[in-house]
Ligand binder design. Structure first.
Ligand SMILES: *Cc1c(COP(=O)(O)O)cnc(C)c1O
Length: 229
């Protein structure tokens, strides 16, 4: 594998910013999403390269790496994007500026408990399995209304929006998945009255499919390989 350098990361980010601008101006929504650089495969040094290139939002999928990198760069925004393990939540709640991957009522209740104990409100997204692939985590679309009603009772949790992952490999299937998440969000937002449920954010799009996500109104994209290579 070629080495990841300050120069390669900086050039990658410049190219991504151009693609974001083009995709946003071609989209009916015109939204330039927040770029979260997914640093799960790289070390502390590579994160510094991205900070130098103007990135201040990073994504990690393991609690121990979140703790390590957050300690190295406490000023940056650390997003948690990995499968939630209840016994590791104590390291995630309060440290993550946003937990993208909340996929069960049990996880919601555990986050509520932790956040309440810390005296904070934890921002989260609900992960949705739009495509219905068995291998994917996330609430089934049909389970969302109940999950959102439940969130309305959790004082220490703030639901900012929805997150999804598209099936790999086919741009038109990816786009249909992102379209589906946006429509779900629009429907749910219209009927939502809880003060702690906002549903403004759509976290969707990875290295291989972020232009399709921007075309469908993504507000947050999560890029790993295309930043760190
Ligand atoms: C790894 C990961 C990403 C980034 O994937 P790339 O293909 O490297 O851009 C985004 N979201 C989640 C949930 C991930 O686990």
């Amino acid at each position: 594998m070629p080495e990841i350098t300050r120069e390669s990361v900086s050039a990658n980010i410049a190219g991504i910013r151009r693609t974001i601008a083009e995709a946003a101006s071609a989209s009916e929504f015109g939204i330039e999403p927040l770029l979260v650089a997914v640093s799960k495969t790289v070390g502390i040094e590579e994160v510094a390269f991205a900070i130098e290139a103007g990135i201040h939002d990073f994504g990690e999928n393991r609690a121990d790496e979140l703790v390590r990198k957050h300690a190295a760069y406490p000023e940056e925004n650390w997003h948690f994007i990995g499968r939630i393990q209840t016994n590791k939540l104590k390291d995630v709640v309060g440290r993550a500026c946003l937990i993208h991957s909340v996929a069960s009522i049990h996880a919601l209740d555990e986050i509520q408990k932790r956040a309440s104990r810390l005296g904070i409100v934890q921002p989260i997204l609900l992960e949705v399995n739009v495509s219905g692939e068995e291998s994917k985590d996330g609430f089934a679309p049909a389970a969302l209304p109940e999950a959102i009603a439940h969130c309305g009772q959790l004082e220490s949790v703030e639901v900012r929006g929805l997150m999804t992952m598209a099936p790999l490999g086919d741009a038109s299937v990816a786009r249909a998945t992102f379209h589906g998440l946006r429509r779900l969000r629009d429907e749910l937002r219209a009927g939502c009255t809880s003060e702690n449920v906002k549903l403004d954010e759509l976290s969707m799009g990875m290295s291989q499919d972020f232009p399709q996500a921007i075309a469908e109104g993504a507000t947050i994209i999560r890029l790993g390989r295309s930043v760190f290579s």
